[in-house]
Design a protein around this ligand. Structure first.
Ligand SMILES: [Zn+2]
Ligand SMILES: [Zn+2]
Length: 351
């Protein structure tokens, strides 16, 4: 069938993108779903920082590529081995398709599925193929269009593996439902799955994008006693305070990291730092801040996605002598079929 997709032509074009136009809306041919796949009519999609990270080459992927991964859609057609969704279901898209059989999947860690990560890196579906292609005038022009993260949501329709979709409550307005598959599971999951914070824990969140805000909501729902938020934008800090953050700290590009770390620690019990600090911006300095404001015995979680060449150094002895933990969190360490309906329910309960 014919579909329209926002296709990234190549990575790393210069900014401003309004001039270099790395993305073009193209009419493409979408091949029908295989037995394990579904055809989805996309209803709403969010623009996530990870889309930008592919455009600016921080997350290198093959091009041309149909972008978009944070979305909600309606099932239009199912392959004959699909049993988790039916035609007409409203689904949240999941950006790591899990195979269900690799070591990660079998041990309850589908976010790190070996087969899914490999397919995502290659810009293909789990079946090892692309379903998108374009008409070309010259035989040397690329004909195959890759799928971003098995979803390719900036399209009118897309084909996805059955494990790239989770059925959700259709009563949620689709424009809000769209963010559950990325910002919500990543942010809330970092708090409740990766860190598993205790009731009454003290928390800091460094970086208030969609994921950082969802971490704030997760920390509130999980019963954090105090929550410090850190960002470069006052308006985001104001909103975080309204939502329930205890302290808001404005950082500026010129603030010395050491001074910032010391001033944040002053807001914590005995100035020792927080029990859990979450790095949600994906940069070296933000992880340095998050690690610096974590107390001895505490846990620092990073869910941001920096450029692969970004290095992070810490005083090694702090890990030993302060019994520190540093954890990574991808897709909120979630099990999408368990967690997305749970978070949708929390949303419906006004949390
Ligand atoms: Zn995302
Ligand atoms: Zn797997």
């Amino acid at each position: 069938m014919k579909v329209k997709s926002a296709v990234l032509q190549e990575m790393g074009r210069p900014t401003p993108y309004a001039k270099s136009k790395p993305i073009v809306i193209e009419e493409l041919e979408l091949a029908p779903p295989h037995d394990e796949e579904v055809l989805v009519k996309l209803l709403y999609a969010g623009l996530c920082h990870s889309d930008l990270s592919v455009i600016n080459a921080s997350r290198p992927r093959p091009t041309p590529m149909a972008l978009g991964h944070e979305a909600v859609g309606r099932i239009q057609q199912v392959g004959k081995n699909v049993d988790n969704v039916q035609v007409g279901d409203i689904v949240s898209c999941v950006f790591v398709p899990s195979c269900g059989t690799c070591d990660s999947c079998r041990t309850g860690r589908p976010a790190t599925c070996t087969t899914g990560s490999k397919a995502n890196g290659a810009g293909l579906l789990l079946c090892g193929q692309s379903h998108l292609s374009r008409q070309v005038s010259k035989p040397t022009d690329p004909k195959v269009i890759h799928h971003l993260l098995g979803v390719a949501a900036f399209s009118t329709y897309s084909v996805m593996n059955k494990n790239s979709v989770v059925k959700i409550d259709p009563s949620i307005p689709p424009k809000y439902a769209a963010v559950f598959g990325c910002a919500v599971i990543t942010g809330v999951g970092a708090v409740v799955n990766t860190a598993k914070i205790e009731f009454g824990a003290s928390v800091a969140i460094v970086g208030l994008g969609g994921v950082g805000f969802c971490a704030l909501l997760g920390a509130l729902a999980a019963g954090a006693s105090s929550i410090i938020v850190v960002d470069l934008e006052q308006s985001k800090l104001d909103l975080a305070k309204k939502l329930g953050a205890s302290h808001a700290v404005l950082s500026t590009k010129d603030t010395s990291l050491d001074n910032l770390i010391q001033s944040i620690k002053q807001l914590t019990r005995q100035g020792r730092g927080v029990d859990y600090a979450f790095e949600m911006a994906g940069s070296g300095p933000t992880l340095k801040i998050a690690y610096g404001i974590t107390r001895p015995g505490g846990t620092t979680v990073t869910a941001g996605l920096p450029h692969p060449e970004t290095q992070f150094s810490i005083s090694q002895v702090t890990i030993t002598a302060e019994e520190r933990t540093l954890k990574g969190s991808y897709l909120g360490s979630c099990v999408p079929t368990r967690d997305i309906p749970r978070y949708v329910q929390l949303y419906k309960e006004d949390q």
